[in-house]
Design a protein. Structure first.
Ligand SMILES: [Fe+2]
Length: 230
């Protein structure tokens, strides 16, 4: 499985604090059967330019790479881009896609979205070289933004859900229902550390297989492959 969302690069954002922690997270991902993992540090357009962000990301990646082994999951560089006004006509946005793909992991604000914001996401997604992947859709679904989400999904925006949505007892039922309804396309661990935000896709997959059967895991794999198509 491909993990579409993580903060495993060392000392870059609120994720892994050190190379040692990053290595421990990668080893745990390997144990859980993750073949590749997208490193998606937070990108905030009002705080840093894409150039500086990409340089800092590269430096963190190189530190990690000194310890990387071929048997560990492959790390694909990306970003978790926070929505900003004008994102749909930013030329630089293409540099923030996951390496070798058209996938742009997009984080939306927790506020009520305007019609303009939803339209911008769709405009971004309609660009030929961009496939928008909405990060942790479960954070927005149970809010007044649900209508906008339904609109986005009908217009082929992909939705990522976090492993924790399936693992946590209090949200599990809702997660399985959304997966059954076809609203969840791919999974990400959104792992940050070894304490409270650990890699969790193995547990999420077990939960899905036990509750809904292998068919739904196969469906996630098919959507994953569709999203990663060049
Ligand atoms: Fe994240």
């Amino acid at each position: 499985m491909f993990d579409f969302h993580s903060h495993i690069l060392p000392a870059l954002d609120d994720g892994s604090a050190s190379v040692e922690e990053s290595m421990a997270l990668l080893l745990e991902c390997k144990r859980q059967g993750i073949a590749s993992i997208a490193a998606t540090p937070h990108f905030y357009a009002d705080k840093v330019s894409p150039e500086v962000f990409l340089l800092q990301r590269q430096q963190a990646f190189e530190k990690l790479n000194l310890h990387q082994h071929p048997h560990l999951p492959a790390v694909v560089l990306g970003a978790e881009v926070q929505y900003y006004d004008g994102i749909s006509h930013s030329k630089e946005i293409l540099k923030l896609r996951m390496e070798g793909t058209k996938v742009l992991l997009l984080e939306m604000p927790q506020t009520r979205w305007t019609h303009h914001m939803c339209q911008e996401v769709l405009l971004l997604n309609h660009q030929q070289d961009v496939r928008v992947l909405l990060a942790h859709m479960e954070r927005y679904w149970f809010t007044p933004n649900q209508k906008c989400l339904e609109w986005m999904h009908s217009q082929h925006v992909f939705f990522q859900a976090n492993g924790s949505f399936f693992v946590q007892r209090q949200t599990r039922k809702k997660a399985l229902q959304l997966l059954k309804n076809g609203m969840i396309d791919v999974l990400g661990s959104d792992c940050h550390n070894q304490k409270d935000r650990r890699p969790n896709l193995e547990a999420a997959q077990k939960m899905i297989a036990a509750a809904l059967g292998q068919k739904y895991l196969d469906r996630l794999t098919a959507r994953q492959n569709q999203l990663l198509q060049p």
